[in-house]
Ligand binder design. Structure first.
Ligand SMILES: O=C(O)CCC(=O)C(=O)O
Ligand SMILES: [Fe+2]
Length: 325
């Protein structure tokens, strides 16, 4: 199993150097993924809060589970969700922006915080959500400079998506069976995904395709040689971004394999605004919007749906596809 060394993008340097933009170009063309270094400092506190969240009683968890239908906030029990016909060895909790007034669409709504969760932990989660809003906007500006020559091309789109973007906290269970899976192969559907993981062994893998064959490469939570996990995130481009850039930015096909030790990750899905239309785009580069109900078909796409629905309606349907009873 080879490791890939994703390029590192330092968001703390100002102004961003030519070298950084070059690394970003290489990253989006070759992998659709890269590391970012940020000013975030609270890695330990964040994962301690996650540990306490998953200690919520089974009864409370089952009262606060996500409902079928595509609005995905609350607990997801073991086996409650899968992007394939495999059992994914994990439990999860999903939350989003705090609702301000009435929901304006099918992806806005109330979070399902357990009553037993300490206020401090809830604040840690909410702050982290806002931090991810900020980081995703910063990255979108860099990508925008690189790909469109202007900084603000996607600003409205990304800010418009703050109220529907999602944070998902995963607890993957350690398992010694090498064939068991934490997250089935997929592409992410939105604009950008930020991943912050606490792990002892790499578990995220990104695919490359050569001569019709798929090879998987480990991606560690932090770049090789780094010791402080706090500032580091992995970033994946989503299908929407791949389409909006006409394929200049790859949407990586990836999965999470089970490792012998438990792993926890925060995965922030930055969505564009609900009403926006997915740009039409024809490419045979890897897999866009793979049909989760036909998981074994690496090539499956749902182009018709993409171009006839607005993004939010489309995503709402995608979440229903991965819901398992
Ligand atoms: O937990 C991770 O590292 C990534 C999970 C993932 O790819 C996803 O939920 O879309
Ligand atoms: Fe993903």
């Amino acid at each position: 199993m080879s490791e890939i060394k994703l390029p590192k993008i330092d968001l703390t340097e100002s102004p961003v150097s030519k070298q950084t933009l070059q690394s970003l170009q290489e990253a989006i063309t070759n992998y659709g993924a890269f590391y970012v270094k940020t000013n975030y400092k609270d890695h330990s506190r964040l994962f301690e809060s996650a540990g306490r969240l998953f200690k919520t009683s089974d009864m409370d968890k089952s009262e606060l589970t996500i409902e079928p239908g595509g609005f995905t906030r609350g607990f997801i029990k073991l086996g409650g969700e899968s992007g394939s016909d495999l059992m994914e060895l994990k439990e999860a909790f999903s939350y989003g922006a705090t609702l301000d007034g009435q929901p304006r669409n099918k992806l806005e709504g109330d979070n399902k915080w357990p009553n037993t969760l300490a206020l401090q932990d809830k604040e840690t989660f909410k702050d982290f959500y806002k931090e991810c809003n900020r980081i995703s906007l910063e990255i979108s500006k860099l990508l925008s400079v690189l790909l469109t020559g202007e900084e603000t091309t996607w600003t409205e789109l990304v800010e418009g998506g703050f109220s529907i973007s999602l944070m998902r906290i995963f607890k993957y269970f350690g398992c010694s069976n090498p064939n068991s899976i934490g997250s089935s192969p997929h592409t992410d559907w939105g604009f950008l995904t930020l991943i912050k993981a606490d792990e002892k062994e790499p578990a995220l893998q990104i695919a490359s395709e050569k001569d019709g064959k798929t090879a998987w490469h480990n991606v560690s939570a932090i770049p090789e040689g780094e010791s402080d996990p706090s500032p580091w995130f992995i970033v994946n481009a989503g299908d929407f971004l791949a389409m909006a850039t006409n394929g200049s930015c790859l949407s990586p096909y990836h999965r999470v394999v089970s490792t012998t030790t438990d792993r926890t990750s925060f995965v922030y899905f930055a969505y564009p605004s609900y009403e926006c239309r997915t740009p039409s785009f024809k490419s045979n580069k890897l897999s866009f919007y793979q049909d989760q109900s036909q998981p074994s078909s690496f090539k499956g796409t749902r182009m018709t749906e993409i171009t006839t629905q607005c993004f939010g309606d489309f995503i709402h349907d995608k979440w229903s596809q991965v819901y398992r009873y």
